[in-house]
Design a protein around this ligand. Structure first.
Ligand code: S3P
Length: 448
């Protein structure tokens, strides 16, 4: 079991004020799409070839889980993987507990897939994942006929899930905008007869829906209210293997993008960035702040659009981020807070309650990251206001709490702060962006 850190030992690191960043890079494949490509490949009949897969710890743990559940998963080249699936509801009972390491997405999506199979599986993860809420996914899965036979307090990991022999289709209204809850219900619904319906008040990322369609499922999405969606999946389809090209991850691109915006003189180009509108809230917000981000070479694959971004140093101003934008930038508030610290004037971010249940309590951890580096930040309830003054004193040591995005955000901040910014542990960066340090150094970042 992975109980502590991917590297076992803490890996402290420092970011120093750097000269202009420049270059052209492709950040790794999208994490959400990579998990889904492996899972749907494992549930399909035939061989799925995936290119551009994110080879980060989170996704590698999902690959291992798919093997343990009976699929044949082979790395065929750099970022190229082949998955031979077992068909819908065809998972075999795993011989050992499934260890998802740091990954909430891997754990929760696979819970959905297992819930529709007549097998029992133990789910586990590291200390961060063991602390995260699982009831939000287990509640609907139990309504569909799965059973939790053992767990830590409140359904937390380690947890034993007994899949349903005869899964029941249902209509489910998600209590929070969460693609993980929606996806778990849809993946369980694959094995149920009839239609499974998920209704969300605010649309969350729709990669599961797009990829299910790509693999041949009948799935229809309609609007529900102003920001919501109603998704109807016809159960028991035969999923056919379908090749997947994974575009670059906008949530990973966010780090070099904000770095380029705050380090004077920078001019950085990022290729193949996925531009699904349910993922681009950060870019909208940065543009409202005055960021120079030019898009070109727009194209798409498997229903997912992508583009090349050219980002240049920009004078930023504080803005108010509308709360309904949160689902489309939920993983990006940390690095937005860094951009806000370098902007002139306050940036107000409201309705951030979901940040409290990510890899760490990201609301508190982000505020602490800024404060220890001399930035004035207020947290009140689930809102955060960063009072930007155009510069950041720096000089602080940031506690990363086993959270890759805190680590990368703090290092980005240090590239433009007056004094170096330290982090206690860079090892968790490997969960989502294994080449972050060499890629940033290649652009001119001073990281020691
Ligand atoms: C993800 C959904 C989001 C996001 C996570 C990836 C996904 O979580 O924070 O990093 O791939 O479905 P929630 O759906 O729980 O908000």
């Amino acid at each position: 079991m992975t109980q502590s850190t991917p590297s076992a030992a803490l890996a402290p690191m420092q970011a120093h004020k750097s000269r202009a960043l420049s270059g052209r890079v492709r950040v790794p494949g999208d994490k959400s799409i990579s998990h889904r490509a492996l899972i749907l490949g494992a549930l399909a009949v035939g061989e799925t070839n995936i290119t551009g897969l994110l080879e980060g710890e989170d996704v590698l743990n999902t690959a291992k889980a798919m093997r343990a559940l009976g699929a044949t998963v082979i790395r065929t080249g750099d970022f190229a993987w082949s998955v031979k699936g077992v068909g819908v509801a065809g998972f075999a009972e795993p011989a050992a507990p499934l260890d998802f390491g740091n990954s909430g997405t891997g754990a929760r999506l696979v819970m959905g897939a297992v819930a529709g199979c007549p097998i029992t599986a133990v789910f586990d993860g590291d200390a961060s994942l063991r602390s995260r809420p699982m009831r939000r996914v287990l509640d609907p899965l139990e309504l569909m006929g799965a059973r939790v036979t053992a767990s830590a307090e409140g359904g937390r990991l380690p947890m034993t899930l007994q899949g349903a022999r005869d899964p029941i289709p249902m209509q489910y209204r998600t209590p929070v905008a969460s693609a993980q809850i929606k996806s778990a219900v849809l993946l369980a619904g694959l094995a149920a007869p009839g239609t499974t319906v998920v209704i969300e008040r605010e649309a969350s990322r729709d990669h599961t829906e797009l990829m299910l369609k790509h693999f041949g499922a009948e799935i229809v999405t309609e609007r529900d209210g102003v920001h919501g969606r109603r998704i109807t999946l016809t159960g028991q389809p035969e999923l056919h293997a379908a090749d997947v090209v994974v575009p670059a991850d906008p949530s990973s691109a966010a780090f070099p993008i904000v770095a380029a915006l705050i380090v004077p003189g920078s001019d950085v180009t990022l290729t193949d960035i996925m531009t699904n509108p349910l993922r681009t809230g950060l870019f909208t917000t940065l543009r409202e702040m005055g960021a120079s981000i030019e898009e070109s070479d727009l194209r798409g694959d498997a229903g997912e659009p992508m583009a090349t971004f050219r980002v240049r140093f920009s004078t930023l101003k504080g803005v108010e981020v509308p709360p309904e934008r949160a689902p489309s930038m939920i993983d990006e508030y940390l690095v937005l807070a860094v951009a806000a610290a370098f902007a002139q004037g306050p940036t107000t971010m409201r309705g951030l309650q979901e940040l409290r249940v990510k890899e760490s309590d990201r609301l508190e951890a982000t505020a602490a990251m800024l404060r220890v580096n001399g930035v004035n930040v207020e947290v009140s309830g689930d809102d955060m206001i960063v009072h930007g003054t155009g510069s950041v004193p720096g000089g602080g040591l940031v506690a990363t709490h086993m959270d890759h995005r805190i680590a990368m955000s703090a290092l980005v901040m240090g590239l433009a702060a007056e004094a170096p910014v330290g982090i206690d542990d860079a090892s968790f960066i490997a969960t989502s962006f294994p080449d972050f340090i060499p890629m940033m150094r290649g652009l001119g970042a001073e990281l020691t």
